[in-house]
Design a protein around this ligand. Structure first.
Ligand SMILES: [Zn+2]
Ligand SMILES: [Zn+2]
Length: 89
């Protein structure tokens, strides 16, 4: 990982969970970095912050629910959370 990439990830992590922040209006939740899957290599995948509940929770998290159900439940998309995140970095 390059230094620039690490700094970028640090900034995203400092914003906390993007779903908590932008959808639930809760700031500074603890967060993991979640890679958004697109075609191509995982190391080049864009990342968003998600708290443990919204990342891996079995009925609340993107990995527990699957992306489609997650996006329906919260009326947002990974790509939208990414856009909102990048807009305030
Ligand atoms: Zn969250
Ligand atoms: Zn993830």
């Amino acid at each position: 990982m390059t230094k620039a990439q690490r700094q970028h990830y640090d900034k995203i992590a400092r914003l906390g969970c993007s779903l908590c922040r932008f959808v639930l209006k809760i700031e500074d939740s603890p967060c993991h970095l979640h890679h958004i899957r697109r075609a191509g290599k995982r190391k080049d995948a864009p990342v968003i912050g998600l708290c443990p509940i919204h990342h891996q929770g079995s009925n609340t998290g993107i990995h527990g629910l699957g992306r489609k159900a997650f996006e329906e439940l919260y009326s947002t998309t990974e790509e939208e959370l990414l856009e909102l995140t990048l807009a305030i970095l």
